[in-house]
Design a protein around this ligand. Structure first.
Ligand code: FAD
Length: 509
């Protein structure tokens, strides 16, 4: 399609052609793909800014005891950069963080990094077709912006009266203070999601008393978490196809559970029932007390909320010094927690395993993004419901892609989503350069068609089941929509990233 003629506009030479916000695995991937494109005549001038002092994103921020991947390690890496060094089938967080550092070095990203730089606001200058990005270190301008701030970045505190009056120590799992010794203390953990499940077994036995406050139980799958023997690691290093095969098998299994169980739930609900059966049998094997088991059993379908793997979580509740508290919390006092039945349990250290702000203004996107007509993206989504062409772009924000925004999560691991998102954004930037366009904007038609398809498909997923209403899941927003998940297979998303029609965007010189 021929670019439409542009009115006379002020030419501005931006500081950078591309600005990537976030140096987690998404931002690093976008950087790697830009570097590769740069070697073939694409843009070389890009920066990756991150508020943190080092790369790694969630793996830099989440260092609580027990933090580890909850998908098989073999699938948790870039497809083009396998890590033969994982020491366990489910790698600990420190290894994932080291892998991020390795990728930054290996792919020559260090000169592009601007760390300790927080983006506060991005405004599209419609006269100049550049983004004016305000950071806590001054303003930067860029032709294109890739938002790579993951959705699990901003820790969320529970909305419980009295939290601010608590006189002991408060730790959020996403901002752990390793100088604080929990040994011999009375510890309360609030939250039993994916992080709570990992931290509880680590604290049990170390704390004098551990009270675990559960609002919603989690589905827990048995975990085949074993060390990867040195000879196997050596084999992966010297004969990479062996590791690729393991990745293929584990990815196919994870993708099958995600796609058949969640995305195509209505076609084969028995599969989800079978997975729930495995989880129930796991709980039965690990917890002899029937009443306790009942309280640990979810009353919503598997997949309404992030499930996890563990062999150590349930047994923690068999200990005499660990109590599962399911009576709702009424308030927090200076020295403890009061539940609705009037009981006050004393607490020295309060651990908030309460997750992240996800589908809400201020978190999605993580900073104000002001697009065409001065419209702010977060407010626009809040009013008009989340919508996002191919999970990446919207008609009100030209030259902007938000990786891991609404309608993205699917497939075997985040790396498949991340690589698809970066592929899409970099293809767009290369096309804009090829057409010598200064502005590209997704057209309303393809955007609306994608949104309609997502909403239609969502009706067949597990997330449309009534039982999800009991799950307190961050997959849902205030409208009751579940735009966290993209109801398509990871394979489909991979293919779309490479084949979507570049004419779905409008270009302006
Ligand atoms: C504890 C935990 C365990 C997980 N385990 C798994 C797993 O096992 N498998 C799986 O597939 N996924 C897992 N995830 C999901 C995980 O979020 C993704 O796998 C992936 O790491 C996301 O990478 P990202 O780069 O998109 O986002 P992030 O890792 O969140 O990186 C975003 C970066 O943006 C920076 N940033 C934020 N705001 C600003 C700003 N305003 N200005 C500048 N910089 C900013 C942050 O400092 C951060 O470095 C887990 C998440 C958590 C929290």
């Amino acid at each position: 399609m021929a670019p439409s003629p542009a009115p006379a506009r002020r030419p501005v030479r931006p500081d950078h052609e591309v600005l990537i916000v976030g140096a987690g695995f998404s931002g690093l991937c976008a950087g790697i793909m830009l570097r590769r494109a740069g070697a073939r005549g694409g843009p070389r001038d890009f920066v990756i800014v991150d508020a943190a002092p080092s790369v790694g994103g969630v793996w830099r921020h989440n260092t609580y005891p027990g933090v580890a991947v909850d998908v098989p390690s073999a699938t948790y890496s870039y497809s083009f950069e396998p890590n033969p060094g994982w020491t366990r089938t489910f790698a600990p967080g420190a290894e994932v963080r080291a892998y991020a550092e390795h990728c930054a070095d290996e792919y020559g990203l260090r000169p592009h990094l601007r760390l300790n730089t927080r983006v506060e606001r991005a405004v599209f200058d419609e006269d100049a077709d550049v983004w004016r990005v305000t950071t806590d270190r001054g303003e930067l301008t860029a032709r294109f912006v890739i938002g790579a701030v993951g959705p699990l970045d901003q820790p969320k505190n529970p909305d419980i009266p009295g939290l601010e009056d608590f006189a002991g120590t408060v730790l959020h799992t996403a901002r752990w203070d390793h100088a604080h010794d929990l040994t011999g203390r009375r510890v309360a953990v609030i939250g039993t999601g994916a992080s709570g499940l990992q931290v509880v077994p680590e604290l049990a036995g170390r704390a004098a008393q551990l009270d675990v406050y559960q609002r919603t139980p989690i589905w827990v799958f048995p975990k085949v978490d074993v060390p990867i023997a040195r000879p196997v690691r050596a084999l992966f290093r010297t004969f990479p196809p062996a590791q690729r095969l393991v990745r293929l098998v584990t990815a196919a299994a994870s993708e099958a559970i995600m796609v058949l169980g969640i995305v195509h739930y209505s076609k084969a609900p028995f599969l989800v029932r079978a997975v729930e059966g495995i989880c129930r049998a796991h709980l039965r094997r690990q917890v002899p007390d029937r009443a306790l088991r009942r309280r640990l059993t979810p009353r919503y379908g598997f997949g309404c909320k992030r499930p996890s793997f563990s062999n150590r979580y349930f047994p923690a509740f068999n200990r005499p010094d660990v109590e599962l508290v399911t009576d709702p919390i009424e308030r927090i006092t200076e020295h403890g927690i009061v539940t609705r039945d009037g009981t006050e349990r004393p607490v020295d250290t309060l651990v908030l395993a309460t997750g992240f702000k996800v589908l809400e203004i201020g978190a999605m996107p993580a900073f104000p993004v002001v697009g065409l007509g001065g419209v702010e993206l977060g407010a626009w989504w809040d009013e008009h419901r989340y919508q996002n062409y191919e999970g990446l772009s919207v008609p009100i924000a030209p030259n902007f892609w938000l990786m891991n925004g609404p309608y993205t999560v699917t497939g075997a691991s985040w790396f498949s989503i991340i690589e698809a998102g970066a592929t899409h954004a970099v293809r767009c930037i290369l096309e804009a350069r090829r057409r010598r366009a200064r502005r590209m904007t997704v057209k309303q038609g393809p955007h609306d068609a994608f949104t309609a398809e997502m909403r239609r498909r969502m009706k067949g997923t597990i997330l449309a089941q009534p039982s999800c209403a009991r799950s307190n899941s961050y997959y849902f927003d205030r409208h009751g929509d579940s735009p966290y998940v993209r109801p398509q297979s990871g394979l489909h998303v991979w293919r779309r990233a490479r084949t979507f029609d570049l004419d779905d965007y409008a270009y302006r010189l």
